[in-house]
Structure formats: C-alpha cells, structure tokens
Write a protein that binds this ligand. Structure first.
Ligand SMILES: Nc1ncnc2c1ncn2[C@@H]1O[C@H](COP(=O)(O)OP(=O)(O)OP(=O)(O)O)[C@@H](O)[C@H]1O
Length: 258
C-alpha cells in the first residue's frame, strides 16, 4: 500500500506551477518533507493531492485513484492541514476537534472519539488547552489545535502545510514527534511542507525537493541535499554535516546572488 504520484501537473489558470511531477511510491508509515523555496509550489502540490486544486495526472492511494473517489470518501482518507491558522472562534478546542471528527467519520461512537481526543491531546501535550476558546489562544496554540483536528481523524494520508511555522523550539519537536508516532500507530503516510530543513532531516524518512528550474529530487535527506541541490533549489552555498548526536544538519555559508 502506498501513495503514487504520476505525471501531476497543476497551476492557476494558464500558469503551470507543478509540471509532470512523478515520484517514487511513498510507502506506509513514511513521512516525506516537501522542501523548496518560497513560491515554488509546495502548498499547491499538497492542495492538489488533497483535491482542493485541479490537476492532470494520477494520484493514487492504496491503489485507488483519488480523483475517482467521492469527495466524502477522499476526505475520510486524507487529513489536510492548511498553512493558514484555524479561525479564532468562541468554541473551545474540544468542541471544534470533536465536531470535525464527527463530520468526517459520523459512524464513530461518541466514546471512541472522546478516547482518541484524549490520546491525541496528550501526545501533543495540549491537554491543558482542551477547554480554552480558540479566540483566546495564541497563534502557536491555534496551530496545535488545527493539527489535533487532523490527527484525530486517523487519516491514511496526512498532508501538513508548514505545521510548525508558528511554533517555538519545544513545540516544533513535539509536533514532529507526535506526527511520527501517529504514522507509526496508524501505518499512514505523511507529506509535510516545511522550511526548516534541519527539522526535516531529523524527523522525515525522505525529502522531496522542488526547485524553481524544475529540478525535482527525492530520497534520504543526507543523500539528496547536495551542495548543487541546495544551490539550485535555494540559491545558497551550503553543505550537510553530522552533528555531535549523529543527526545530519544543513549548514548554510552564504546566500548567492541571483
Ligand atoms: N490562488 C492562487 N492564484 C494564483 N496564483 C497562486 C495562487 N496561490 C499561489 N499562487 C502562485 O503559485 C506559486 C506557488 O505558490 P505556493 O503557495 O504553492 O508556493 P510555496 O512553495 O508553498 O510557497 P511558500 O514557501 O512561500 O509558502 C506562487 O508563484 C504563487 O504566487
């Protein structure tokens, strides 16, 4: 069982943002970072896979072509977290998360949903936010609730668009640990668009790098993030080294002039 992306082309009007993208199958339990500079098309790619954006080509999950499924069926399989923060409302976090789960999986019993909410809030370390109104939360706290809303549905495919952008160091690590744990438990597949390459290297099984000149590479981060790929994708002079704990890290020496 896997996620397959073949010849995916998408964009806005006449403007093609992603052209003929094909990548090696992404397997159960794998978390793949979608990397690349601002405006290269990371969000557009995730939106296309989530069926929020028209595309040509094939995207299939577990052998099923997603565009052929009823929207309600793909919503059950896909958990998409947009880049924008959840709206500040007067509802408390628990209510929001509960109703989002009910809307997508109406067959689940109230007690089962309550159990997974408790488990997920505890995994994310946000139990203390359960009864707080979204309107009274910080941006980072709202981002955590948005993520909880997606994880609780236990989707086959997680599409997370910059889930750590509003988070401090502690929560960045907690979130990626919780996502990894969620995928290990459910056997799901995750794609995460992220700007912090070092977080991607630390937590993601593979990286998919999109570059403005159309170069696309995918593989283990420490193998594919060569000096040339860093230059082409980001316009920087950089290198991958190993930190004292054995993790690969990207060090950037300078931004190169265009
Ligand atoms: N709704 C839209 N209509 C027209 N063009 C759009 C729209 N949304 C995005 N774009 C354009 O598509 C391109 C890719 O945008 P996208 O948001 O996918 O990039 P990204 O890699 O996620 O960028 P960032 O890292 O800045 O979030 C950009 O040139 C952007 O201006």
């Amino acid at each position: 069982m896997s996620l397959n992306i073949n010849s995916l082309t998408t964009g806005y009007g006449q403007q093609k943002i992603i052209e003929q993208l094909s990548v090696e199958p992404i397997q159960n339990g794998e978390l793949v970072a979608v990397l690349g500079p601002n405006g290269v098309g990371k969000s557009t790619l995730l939106k296309a896979i989530a069926r929020l954006q028209k595309y040509q080509g094939d995207v299939s999950l577990d052998g099923e072509i997603l565009s052929q499924l009823a929207l309600s069926e793909s919503a059950r399989r896909i958990g998409y977290l947009p880049q924008t923060l959840p709206q500040a409302t007067s509802l408390v976090a628990y209510e929001i998360v509960f109703s989002a789960c009910r809307a997508v999986k109406p067959e689940l019993s109230k007690s089962y949903i309550e159990q997974i909410i408790e488990k997920t809030f505890s995994q994310l370390g946000i139990t203390h936010l359960a009864l707080k109104q979204l309107a009274q939360m910080s941006g980072g706290q709202r981002q955590m609730i948005g993520l909880a809303q997606v994880l609780i549905r236990e989707p086959r495919l997680l599409l997370l668009d910059e889930p750590t952008s509003a988070l401090d160091l502690h929560w960045q690590i907690s979130v990626l640990q919780a996502v990894k744990q969620n995928l290990a438990q459910t056997g799901g597949i995750g794609l995460v668009a992220i700007h912090d390459i070092n977080l991607a290297l630390r937590f993601c099984d593979k990286v998919l790098v999109l570059s403005p000149d159309g170069l696309v590479v995918m593989g283990k981060g420490e193998q594919v993030l060569t000096a040339e790929v860093l230059r082409k994708a980001y316009g920087v002079k950089g290198r991958v080294e190993q930190c004292s704990q054995g993790y690969p890290i990207v060090l950037v020496d300078e931004a190169m002039s265009a």
